[in-house]
Design a protein around this ligand. Sequence first.
Ligand SMILES: Cc1ncc(COP(=O)(O)O)c(C=O)c1O
Length: 406
Amino acid sequence: MTSPTTSAKTANAPDSFFTATLAEADPEIAAAIKGELGRQRHEIELIASENIVSRAVLEAQGSVMTNKYAEGYPGARYYGGCEWVDVAETLAIERAKKLFGAAFANVQPNSGSQMNQAVFLALLQPGATFMGLDLAAGGSAYSRAWDFKRFREIADHVGAYLMVDMAHFAGLVAGGAHASPVPHAHVTTTTTHKSLRGPRGGLMLWNDETLTKKFNSAIFPGLQGGPLMHIIAAKVVAFAEALRPDFKIYAKNVVENAKALALRAQGLDIVSGGTDNHLMLVDLRPKGLKGNVSEKAPGARRDHLQQERHSVRSRNAVRDVRFAPGHAGGNHARFRRRRIPAGRRHDRRSSQRAGAIARWQGAAGGSRHQGAGEGDDRQLPDLSVGLAPDEFPIASQLIQRTPTRP
Ligand SMILES: Cc1ncc(COP(=O)(O)O)c(C=O)c1O
């Protein structure tokens, strides 16, 4: 038998179930999300693979498109009722093609890992040989320009396919601040959530029609089932944002700021002496430090009001060194708040949101359990980006105005 209380709740359930706010329906996760928003607002994000999406991207991502099953591709689905998700996916494909100048696009990959698996599934037979950059050899932390034409010539010479994963610098390519691999590679893959500033997900681009069926079949039904239509809707929005003229300014500023940051990081050993893109590798071995310790550097922790500001970065391998990535190594870092050059201190929102990306590289010496950690009192390098005192208020204002949305 149901108690009167339970019956009353059940009777009310249909009303509140669909209409309650998150805070009403689930205060625990609402509090965690609020906490994360606060963290994003108050910490300096130095992680190269992260970004801040617009309200419009968040809205599309949180939309009713999450309810829809749409296995297949536009016009050829295994489910009825796909007319609106077809509109969304067709828009995403068309905008992605326009943005990157590609003949074909697949916008369904749920993640960067899956888009890359799809290429392997489509192009390689079991036991086939493939070659790529080892992480320790700069794999996804290469801060210099790539010569894609030359890579293609070499691939053609040896009879190989050339695949470029441009996940990190895709936003720079979209904004015209980086050479594009799309005309040269047999297939270009990218995540949509890094410098491209979209929702989490993947994208595949190619120009040869004979590869179309291979790639599409590798994604569905090869690796995935129903596409994440709400994410695809958000990709539509992000691609449109990247097609806007101000995205070019954003991309240009990202590169300029990374170069400026590299110049200002005096006393640190920047691998290759600087950067041509949005990231840099800082080898902390000469400082006898690991990446996780550098996050606690005092210079990166206080604003002009002496409030504590943490900076967050990820950790990566440095060449010739093996280490446990979760424990130490380098930091993979992005400096999102833009330093405004003199004379341009009243720039608009697009430039406020520009950033530079840095990759801080740590030493790998010592065992996993002997590395410096909490409470380590070895001398830390000053990782401040070197803001002059009169720049603190400006930076603080920008931080407050940066639209990090709930
Ligand atoms: C170059 C590159 N490709 C792919 C991925 C994997 O993407 P995802 O985390 O969406 O699986 C990453 C992750 O950082 C990356 O840096």
